[in-house]
Design a protein around this ligand. Structure first.
Ligand code: AMP
Length: 217
């Protein structure tokens, strides 16, 4: 099954994608993670993307589209996969559709994480990540056992630069002006399902599992 996770930053898309990958064996393609890896390694893509990411703006479509389509094709596209954070514009969605149609592997289901702004802001502002393995924490909702250290590998936790208050606001504006219209785009295709991103992670996962068990009409 090929799934797109759609919703504002902080809706829990990444958390659910990791759970689905661990429990159901989905390949997980996170645009944000792949871009951050490129920035870390200072690749050509990373050099181009860095300033946009730090400001909370979208990286230009052509860079992201080429990067994601290459990633999908170089993996095993016939396996079940989840796209987390891609597409984020209608232009990206159309390009994705036309490439996946050529491979006869169209997106089958789009999960929209409907999430209130208040929740999103508190999640992003409290989010901490492991500097080594990328595991996700929250200073209030999901604190590590030892303050500032990852439960899994013991490395230091850090706050993403773009999780600062000012950049969070920009990211939400960008979502509302450029990404939200994908809800209608996928609704028109009849493949959109909605979950509440306000719920805690286990409840969202149960709801997602139910949706994924229901055969597409
Ligand atoms: P995320 O980890 O999904 O919150 O993404 C972090 C940042 O990466 C975003 O604020 C954008 O700057 C960039 N980014 C991620 N996905 C995309 C995309 N599909 N199109 C353009 N920029 C993206």
């Amino acid at each position: 099954m090929r799934i797109v996770l759609l919703g504002p930053p902080g809706a829990g898309k990444g958390t659910q994608a990791v759970m689905l990958a661990e429990k159901e064996g989905f390949l997980h393609f996170s645009t944000g993670d792949i871009l951050r890896e490129n920035v870390k390694k200072d690749t050509q893509i990373g050099k181009k993307a860095k300033a946009f990411m730090e400001k909370g703006e979208l990286v230009p479509d052509d860079i992201v589209i080429e990067m994601m389509l290459d990633t999908i094709k170089n993996a095993e596209p016939k396996k079940d996969f989840i796209l987390d954070g891609f597409p984020r514009t209608v232009y990206q969605a159309k390009k994705l559709d036309s490439e996946l149609d050529k491979l006869k592997l169209p997106v089958e289901i789009v999960i929209y994480f409907k999430t209130s702004t208040k929740i999103v802001i508190s999640r992003l502002a409290g989010r901490r990540l492991c500097s080594k393995c990328g595991a996700n924490y929250h200073i209030v909702n999901m604190p590590p056992k030892k303050q500032g250290l990852c439960n899994k590998c013991g490395s230091d936790l850090y706050q993403r630069k773009d999780d600062s208050e000012e950049t969070i606001n920009t990211r939400l504006e960008v979502y509302n002006s450029q990404t939200k219209e994908l809800i209608d785009y996928y609704k028109a295709k009849g493949i959109l399902k909605e979950v509440s991103g306000d719920l805690e992670a286990q409840k969202v996962y149960s709801r997602l599992s139910e949706i994924l068990k229901t055969p597409a009409k």
